[in-house]
Write a protein that binds this ligand. Sequence first.
Ligand code: FES
Ligand SMILES: [Fe+2]
Length: 401
Amino acid sequence: MNAIEIVMPNRLTDEQRGGLPPWTYFNKELFQIEQDELFRRHWQLACHVSDIPKDGDWTTFDIASERALIVRGKDNIVRAFHNVCRHRGSRVVAGENGRCKSAMVCPFHGWSYNLDGTLRAVPKAKTFPKLDPVTHGLVPLEHEIWHGFVFVRFKPGPQGSVADLMALHETEASAYKLDEIKPYAPQTRDVLEVNWKAVRDVDNEGYHVPIAHPALYDLYGQDYHDGRPHRGVSRSEGRISGVSPRFWSVRNYVKHRPDMAHLPNEAKERWVYLGMFPNLVIMLYPDLIGFYQELPMEVGKTVQRMAYYAPPGDSRQAKVARYLAHRIDRVTGAEDAQLIKWSWESMQSSGFSSMILSDLEAGVRDYHDKLRDTIPVAALVDEPARGQVETINQTLRAARD
Ligand code: FES
Ligand SMILES: [Fe+2]
């Protein structure tokens, strides 16, 4: 068999190492590489332990054609498994969350599993070879609980533990008592008809805040800062300005915020965002905690999942502040949705070649650099010939390593 002839497109010059080239937002072969290299091999936030407070409570998390099932056992331990029945691969539990008393029963033929994942019973068991409860139990999934947030990883990857990745932010995160937060608003999943990277691009910089997010600008004023990433985790913060806000939600939020006594003084006055490569942002506000996450469905379709949690403290004032912070966030999200769409559309325009990035958009460049490091083929200016993206990616990686 003849070896495949690889046509190597041009590499980016240093000056061009700004934004990713447009082809990377549309290429289905690259999308498949991203699914494996990024979403199966990097930590994914599945839920918070407070989403499954009682034994028998379960929740699911799907990404990159993988399915996770997180369940709290009779021993109060939170475990993660592939949501894949050992018989013929059906989902063992259907839907986003639920509760089962002592067993999870597969809806296909009725195999049942204990809350610790072991196989419990099989209808007409004598028609099968002998099945071992542990060997033929649900397949465990690598997971790590960081301050109550349950992270899963479907395949081994380049990251260390979540605690290692977050080490720089450990002291700050500890102050928020994240183990004690409780679900606030119902989780949302917004469908965006764009490539997932277009969502990240808009989110990865605060240069657009003064123009695109008037209410957020009202809240922060000039005092917003994006930090550079460390181990793929970046920190941004906006300090609550309190200078005569024009928007009623911001005005009332600034005016009525309670003193969140468990927080150090600086944390009472700022909104903090911890972004974790490749698709997660955790929000730490004095009165509201949350996260958002892009779930790539197709090359041009992304689900943005958002979850909010209430920190300790249930005074009326705290509830009002939480409501207003949530409202400001939802307005910001709607404003971003339009920008994300236009940004994505521009990638197909013959009038757009690549981004021109300012130092205030270093977050976009850093993020694209990380993508290019992880998937070297994404550094090429021109789209590779059909069928060659994976081969070229492997060639570039071998040459580098
Ligand atoms: S696939 Fe689950 S019982 Fe058959
Ligand atoms: Fe934005």
